[in-house]
Structure formats: structure tokens, C-alpha cells
Design a binder for this molecule. Structure first.
Ligand code: DX5
Ligand code: ZN
Length: 214
């Protein structure tokens, strides 16, 4: 299981040190929650911050774009050093074109669904994605409670993907306690913000998540 800690719960004034601490704890991915105050009722950071931190770490930059019309910023995030761009199906009129453009720019392409968005949105883009992110909270804030409807949604998505090489990522309210059932259902990348950063030391907390994974 890949744990991708969400920086939304980290100290924004100390990101360089946080990234170094994550690497020391054996973490390989880091989750950037980019928010524009339109698609979600919150604002965080963007391509300029990511660009500054890029040279400071080898971590895989898993960038979650909670922004309207993400197609406007693909090149910016590529230049900033994003390794993967995850767009929201609800945030663009042109899902397939945007996913294809992300890959053309040389990044891995991901698509995220809000809790109420049905899986059939994915029907014609399953071969255009390297990752599907199922939101287990309504996006915008850390520290919310996990929505249990996610378990069935993961199981159904797993079947839909068949033997495609595509990650299933879960994001929102993920803890070591729900990690077992999520990974049993088929999730292989878990995002954790508050349940990770509120429980240092990071190496022990990383171990707790990995031990709970099937
Ligand atoms: C919410 C973000 C999540 C969130 C996870 O909009 O997409 O990544 O930061 O934080 P926790 O793990 O605290 O729910
Ligand atoms: Zn996220």
C-alpha cells in the first residue's frame, strides 16, 4: 500500500522540513491538496509553492486539483514538477481531453470523484487514467469523518478496472482503523492528513498504516 500524506494537515510555514521528515519516515508519495475557493470552499496553495519545494525532495508529487477547469493549469503544474495530476470529474466539461493532455505533458493522469458522483462517469476513460481517487469526504477540509459508502464504491470500482494497471486512491478520513477494510476492498493508495500528521513520530505512524493494510 502506498501512503500519500496530505500536506493540508501539515505546517504550511515549514513545508521543506516536513518533506524531509516524510522521506526519513520511508514515505514515497506526498499529496498536494490544491484548492481554488471555487470548486471547494477553501483556498490552499498552487503551482508556485510546489515549484519552490520541488528541488528540495525526491518524493512523488501526487497533486490533487480541487479547482474549476483544471485544463487551464496543466502546463503550469508540469513546470512546477508535479508527477501526477488528479482532476475532478465534476470540475471540467472535457474530461477525456484533459486526461489525455496530462499524459501528453508527461505526467501520470488521475481522476477524482466526489462521494455522490457515480462510477459510470468513468465508463469511457478507464484507459486514460493511471489512478482513480474516490473521495471519502466532501472535499475542502481535513479532519472530516469518513463516509462508509466508500467501501462498496471501492469494491465496484475494483471490478470495473479488471486487470488494468490503475491505482485506486482513497482520500478523506482515512485512518489505520479503516485501512484494513479499504485495502481488502481494493484500494492501494491511501491519503491521510489529520490521522497522519496529528500522530508523530512519522515513521511509527507510517508503520501503523502499513501494518493495517492487507
Ligand atoms: C480534502 C482533501 C483531503 C484531506 C484529507 O478536500 O482532498 O486530502 O486533506 O485529510 P484528512 O485525512 O484529515 O481527512
Ligand atoms: Zn486530497
Amino acid at each position: 500500500m502506498i501512503l500519500s500524506p496530505s500536506l493540508l494537515s501539515a505546517d504550511f510555514g515549514n513545508l521543506e522540513q516536513t518533506l524531509k521528515d516524510l522521506e526519513k519516515a520511508g514515505i514515497s508519495w506526498v499529496h498536494w491538496d490544491v484548492m481554488d475557493g471555487l470548486f471547494v470552499p477553501n483556498i490552499t496553495f498552487g503551482q508556485h509553492v510546489i515549484k519552490l519545494l520541488r528541488p528540495k525532495t525526491k518524493l512523488f508529487f501526487d497533486v490533487h486539483l480541487m479547482i474549476e477547469q483544471p485544463e487551464r493549469y496543466l502546463e503550469d503544474f508540469k513546470k512546477a514538477g508535479a508527477d501526477m495530476l488528479v482532476i475532478h470529474a465534476e470540475a471540467t466539461k472535457h474530461i477525456q481531453r484533459t486526461l489525455a493532455e496530462i499524459r501528453r505533458l508527461g505526467m501520470q493522469a488521475g481522476i477524482s470523484l466526489n462521494p455522490a458522483t457515480p462510477l459510470n462517469v468513468l465508463d469511457y476513460v478507464l484507459d486514460d487514467v493511471d489512478l482513480v481517487l474516490l473521495m471519502s469526504v466532501n472535499p475542502g477540509f481535513g479532519g472530516q469523518s469518513f463516509l462508509p459508502t466508500t467501501y462498496e464504491k471501492v469494491r465496484t470500482l475494483k471490478k470495473m478496472l479488471g486487470n488494468r494497471k490503475c491505482h485506486i486512491q482513497i482520500d478523506g478520513g482515512v485512518t489505520p482503523e479503516n485501512t484494513t477494510e479499504l485495502t481488502k476492498a481494493g484500494a492501494d493508495v491511501l491519503v491521510s492528513g489529520s490521522a497522519f500528521f496529528a500522530h508523530p513520530p512519522f515513521d511509527k505512524r507510517h508503520e501503523a498504516f502499513q501494518k493495517a493494510a492487507i
